[in-house]
Design a protein around this ligand. Sequence first.
Ligand code: PEP
Ligand code: MG
Length: 854
Amino acid sequence: MTAITLAAPLAGWAMPLTEVPDPAFAQGLVGTGMAIDPTVNELRSPCDGVVLSVHRARHACTVRTASGAEVLLHLGVDTVGLNGEGFTAHVQDGQSVKTGDRLISFDMDLVGSRAQSLVSMMVVVNDGYTVDGQSVDREIAAGDAAMTVHGGSGADAAPTPAAAPVESGETAERTVPLRIAHGLHARPAAALVAAAKAHPGTVSILCRDRSANAKSVVALMGLGTALGDRLTIRATGPGAQGVVESIAGLIDSGLGDPVVEGVAAPAPAPAATPAPAQPAAEEDIGPPFAPGEEALLKGTIAVPGQAVGSVVRRFRSGVRVTEQGAGPEVEEPRLHQALERVISRLADSAKRMPDHAAIFQAHREILDDPELLDSALTDIRAGKSAEWAWQRTAQMQADALAGLADPRMAERAADLRDLEQQVLTALSGKEPSAGLADLPAGTIVLADEILPSDLAGVPAGRLAGIGMAHGGPTSHAVILAAALGVPTVVALGRQAERVPDGAPVVLDGNRGELLVFPPEDMLATTRTAVAARAARREENRRTSREDCRMADGTRIEVFANLGRVSDAPGAVVEGAEGCGLLRTEFLFLERQSAPTEDEQYQQYQQIADALEGRPLVIRTLDVGGDKPLSYLPLPKEENPVLGLRGVRVGLREPELLRAQIRAILRVKPAGICRIMVPMIASPSELLAVRTMVDEERARLGRAEPIELGAMIEVPAAALIADRIGAVADFLSIGTNDLTQYVLAMDRGNPHVAAQLDALHPGVLRLIRLAVMGAKTHDRVVAVCGGSASDPMAAPLLIGLGVTELSATPAVIADLKAFIRTLRLEDCRRVAEAALGTDSAAEVRRLVAETWPGL
Ligand code: PEP
Ligand code: MG
């Protein structure tokens, strides 16, 4: 047992918790400690330790001491409702801090006028610790000894272990919506913990694939729940059903916070029988569709085109697990054999994919962990099945790791969840699913969501179509699908899970639909249409290598967007006049470390060679947002798409950017490459990159200048394109990001996928502003976002003054053929009219009326 003195985190009037104007804290439900009515606006760490979590609303933060005590510091009463307004966090989850380090500063006037009280609490929230010696009822200075914490076992103490398993077969589970505005913040979390602690067995709360021990306030707060989230309450041990029901009732009544009406009330309780342990509560989506049962699922267009084929499902598996085993003599060897099978598959995978060997080695190490095996064997010896024992062990460990706030540990938790599934699959005797690259040609894949990594090794022509239950139309996986020419529909919803393996379907990427078990004549008509389209494209390919001129002779350049070396030769065949966007981040993804300067140089040179003298616009690394890099740990951000992305990362990690610049500068012949910088918001960012380019050019002794362009993706950049044009050699509009930021719609969010349309007149007006700004300096304006590949957008973009389109290779031949039929005068007239409409739908109608063949 150790004792640690906590320093006062604030100066002010110190008081006992009982005087706090918040019943949950006053009654000690959140934890034991004291409070301070502050006279200063900075919260400082009361001890040396690690920041476990900073609340989303930045009004609270938890620090874990070396002895394992979790100290919650909560600024003011009812401050969660400010949603961060008035608070500035100076630390991040997982950061080590020393006593006195600044944690959060706050605007006393704003918070004081909007919150119920500024009285701030310091409480120890985890079990196994006692607090005494509170220095209260006096003025206290920040840093003064404030109270003493006893308990824990010294510097190496582990976080509180999960509750020991209870020797009872009873397990219960129920899912309810959370109907309180600010999620599980301190007060409701404390009310939930109080109910959970009355239960002798384990109680956890699962939300959005994360799980927390319901007996820990910090763990519950760390779930980051929000209004409308569905919480699954899972309990084990005698009386599990009762505790689940009572917690469900508490959650439904708001846990002491006002209930927001309009959020669905919970479904009626299931029959009160002990339920087998299951991976997650599932909403009932209905039985699989049966042959003859024609079903039309509506989604959102992501990659246009139609496909006919049979379905291969790639939904995350929902393995059913029974708790009772056939006895240790049967279950133990089953588990050992399953583990051996997984280990030998890992070794095979490492051999097949040496670039990823480190990942497989890390998985192997986890499987070799004796604690993991011991824990599962203990359950098996208590009569459980190998599946139940393995799943419980893996989930418990994963939850513990996920709760550690260190991003590397969180990655390990993801590894464990992956291994949980792999071992369960091995126990079921099934073979693991083949990767998408190994599927038979002509397959239509249906999945929750396809990741860029899933498509990385898929050869062109292999997949006929992709349907995703979730996802957005301009996500990076969709960009890869477009490059492969695979019609794709996203946001189909969970009904997509009802489509059985092998079902014949028509995937209509032009309408955003999936037709399941269609009638024979419909299959035949679509096959004919697909063949006719392929024939038309073949025809268009015959002239696609020629320059693209409109019917009135106006020259429009049509370039290709590329993401990997192997895309380049095909793009030339399709008629690309160069590469207008090389998304270099695809060369950086799926690796254990950044590619070296030499590796990058070789890839860029190979692409330049494949383009046979055509221009190559290389975009500097655009990671962050939905393209994280495991070896480039960026701070955990609440809103990464509005955070460290694109050039912001490059300027923060200058060595990474400089290596990339050097690699580009080395490509021969010297005039072939241009550098393009993503996510520019101000000229100063481009100037900072230009300085780096000039310095690296001098270091390499390269005399020839290189063109440096800015991407216009941030609305501010479009608005000040005249200022950016003054320092950029060219501009290229990234309509994917520009649209998401102008419309305030996350490009990966299925709920807004249908409205995320780059033809919205608001987006078009910004494009016009960008073009006008660039023209003041005679700069070329290109479009390299998704709308450059959309035939409906082409006349509008040209009408607005864009002279270069960089499209996905698969559409170039058709696009050039269409542009050749257009007249600038018509394009200008329709673009002008489009600017005066109210919606993207109206714009599309206008284009369809003018060019009915589209
Ligand atoms: C864009 O945002 O339109 C763009 C071309 O960049 P990315 O899609 O790679 O973010
Ligand atoms: Mg972008």
